[in-house]
Design a protein around this ligand. Structure first.
Ligand code: AMP
Ligand code: MG
Length: 403
């Protein structure tokens, strides 16, 4: 059996970064920048008010309270037309340009307006004195033109995309989103909700794998079901390789008489079939057709998900330029015994992790069989239980937080 790290290294070496390309900012969530982003303009681009209130000359309100003549009302998005002179103020709304002459803003809550009447001008009574710059956001207060905003290798989150929009960018240079095809294999599989005939089961892997891909910021492509038939599997994998950047299959990579996926990959791909020293997900067929990686994951539902987590997700993320393609490991405390038997393998037990007193505690999420998808669905972490007889309640255990 191959140690997990060696198997994963083999995979990652064949999952190099794809060529960067321009992508619409609107489509870039979750992608990784391939070049530095430098600000082309100041944000904000003009001095503006952080408050609704009155733009004043701070020297005029040095002795408060005082009465000022209102000369203009300035809304956000409109340029001021009047210079604020001695004894004057302009009503101003949050985000509007500070008018010439003014150097400070008094919030509306600290003012009282006397409306214009019988030819007299509208005036405002300012109750407090304020220093120069009060509630003024200068140009470039957040970001200055020419500043390095994001390094290459930044994973674009909601906030990052907002910054790119603030800078007026419509496109960004990234490692492109992969299109990844998913194929389920097995004569026993049905996916149309019809009553099961003897021996049939319903295909669950395709939905889980397509969903895991989506969560990995990949574009999932449903390539359907293939029966245990050499020609059918060859056709599905070959046509997938022609239209996708990578392929994920499930089933057909074990020791059974009809496990044809590895036979097909042997013919059409530069393939390696591995027995990895882990449980679940011991068998893994991995190969490349040209530069298209193919992940032949095992068929048992939990195995296919764990194998995706340990091999396919890191491989695909590394193709998409992620600086850290694998999940970080955190140390948790076992809240109950997590028992196992010695078998030369590292076990990835499905657990539920919860924050308790500044730490993380884990408990088994349920049945640990590789066919027991229910517990996998209820888990949010995989406890990495090394070979031996397990971890006792109260002992530390490494976990991968998967949700
Ligand atoms: P295999 O790896 O093809 O030997 O399949 C191992 C086990 O996983 C068998 O019990 C299969 O019926 C089951 N299995 C394979 N593919 C799927 C699938 N797409 N959905 C649910 N179970 C599956
Ligand atoms: Mg099968």
């Amino acid at each position: 059996m191959l140690p997990l790290d060696a198997a994963r290294e083999f995979v990652l070496e064949r999952c190099g970064r794809r060529r960067p390309a321009l992508c619409r900012v609107a489509d870039a969530l979750g992608l990784v920048t391939a070049a530095e982003i430098v600000a082309s303009e100041d944000i904000p681009s003009f001095p503006n008010t952080a408050m609704d209130g009155f733009a004043v000359r701070s020297e005029d309100v040095a002795i408060a309270p005082c009465e000022l003549r209102v000369v203009e009302t300035i809304a956000a998005g409109h340029a001021p037309e009047v210079t604020v002179g001695a004894g004057e103020a302009s009503r101003i709304m949050t985000g509007a340009i500070i008018p010439p002459g003014a150097d400070a803003v008094v919030m509306v809550e600290r003012t009282i307006v006397t409306p214009a009447e019988n030819g007299s001008d509208e005036t405002v009574r300012v109750e407090i004195s304020v220093p120069p710059g009060n509630h003024v956001r200068p140009a470039g207060d957040d970001i200055r033109a020419g500043e390095l905003v994001f390094q290459a290798g930044t994973v674009l989150t909601a906030g990052h995309l907002g910054v790119l929009c603030s800078l007026g960018m419509t496109d960004v240079e990234v490692y492109p989103r992969l299109r990844v095809g998913v194929i389920s294999t097995g004569d026993e599989l049905v996916d149309d909700g019809s009553p099961l005939r003897p021996g049939q089961i319903r295909d669950s892997n395709r939905r889980t794998l397509l969903s895991l891909l989506k969560r990995a910021d990949v574009e999932p492509v449903d390539l359907g079901l293939a029966p245990d038939d050499l020609d059918a599997i060859t056709e599905a994998i070959s046509s997938g390789a022609a239209t996708c950047d990578a392929i994920v299959t499930s089933g057909g990579v074990s020791m059974g008489d009809f496990d044809y996926v590895k036979a097909v990959l042997d013919r059409v791909a530069d393939m390696r079939w591995m027995q990895v020293a882990i449980k679940p997900a011991k068998p893994l067929a991995f190969g490349t057709i040209g530069d298209v990686p193919v992940f032949g994951l095992p068929g048992n539902p939990v195995s296919s998900m764990v194998s995706f987590e340990l091999f396919a997700r890191p491989g695909l993320r590394s193709m998409m330029g992620h600086p850290h393609p694998t999940r970080p490991t955190v140390v948790a405390t076992a809240a109950e015994d997590l028992l196992r038997r010695t078998d030369g393998k590292t076990h990835f037990m499905r657990v539920h992790a919860a924050h308790v007193d500044g730490g993380i505690e884990v408990r088994s999420a349920g049945g640990q069989g590789s066919h027991m998808l229910w517990a996998m669905a209820k888990s949010n972490a995989l406890a990495v239980v090394p070979d031996g007889d397990g971890v006792r309640a109260g002992e530390p255990v490494d976990v991968l937080l998967i949700d």
